[in-house]
Ligand binder design. Structure first.
Ligand SMILES: [Cu+2]
Length: 68
């Protein structure tokens, strides 16, 4: 398993948290997603590093581009 934490500046309310968690959890190969409103962080656990490219693409597509 691969774990990565992203800084996602657009995380501004509970709705954002729910949207990010729902959309990323739906991606193949994603095992868990935790979005944090206070720190504007999204932590993803997935099957392998290749899935992270899809996670980053999805974040951009739904309007929450990661800083890193
Ligand atoms: Cu929001």
């Amino acid at each position: 398993l691969t774990k990565k934490t992203y800084s996602v500046p657009n995380t501004s309310c509970d709705h954002c948290v729910a949207t990010i968690e729902r959309e990323l959890a739906a991606l193949p190969g994603v095992d868990s997603v935790k979005a944090e409103l206070e720190r504007k962080l999204v932590t993803v656990v997935c099957d392998n590093a290749g899935v992270l490219a899809e996670v980053e693409k999805a974040l951009r597509e739904i309007g929450y581009p990661p800083d890193a």
